[in-house]
Design a protein around this ligand. Sequence first.
Ligand code: HEM
Length: 221
Amino acid sequence: MMTRGLATAMWTAILLLIAIVLVFAGMRVADDLPLVVSGVPAELGSFGERYVANPWLAYPHIVPGVLYLVGAPLQLSRRFRTRHFAFHRRFGRVLIVLGITSGVFALVFGVPFAFGGAWQSLAAAVFGSWFLVALLLAFRAIRRRDVRMHRRWMIRAFAVGLGVGTIRIWVGLFALLDLASLRDSFAPAFWLGLSMHVLAAEAWLWWRPNANGRPRRSVLP
Ligand code: HEM
């Protein structure tokens, strides 16, 4: 019973974070597209300036990232996976390519053009690399038929991708509490948001270590 409640809470949080990312991706497109199409640069020093000036670096990060994030929950749902295993395999290949593309451009765009400066660049490099390593090791594991490790690395990768929504919550909190300007809030928001997700994934994997996803016996009431 407790486990079912926890699962509901977890899926609710996942869907909420995906919704947050979708809203911000939509706002990005709505702001950038008219300027990119008309060739008008964004206001100097504005948040959107880097996106409008480098759409060929920013959008290969955002578009595949959004598709990956929307598609991945289907792959992680055990019920869906067991019922549609052939689809899981085919769709999984597509999602890995989308995730890797987004991750590579997180480094190519996110590191040199970070809004929040050097500490944000470092966070993008560290967590972007972790995201890519996790996806590649998940792929390698399943090529070796190691379902247990495939699941573990996929959960780690997804946790980082989902962290993008939590970054936005932190940025919002910094603004709400008047703790930092938008620019100054970005680096701490990246470190807090993404490290929380990495730790949450490790806790989840400690609690549910195996391919069947069942909790450890010892911690059950
Ligand atoms: C996989 C799912 C991902 C999605 C859907 C996604 C989505 C986005 C979106 C929508 C933006 C624009 C920000 C805004 O306008 O609010 C963005 C920027 C960015 N993303 Fe991602 N992202 C993903 C993964 C990652 C990962 C794994 C990293 C690496 C840590 C990363 C690093 C960045 C960086 C550094 C920026 C630039 C922020 C800035 O403007 O300074 N993203 N992403």
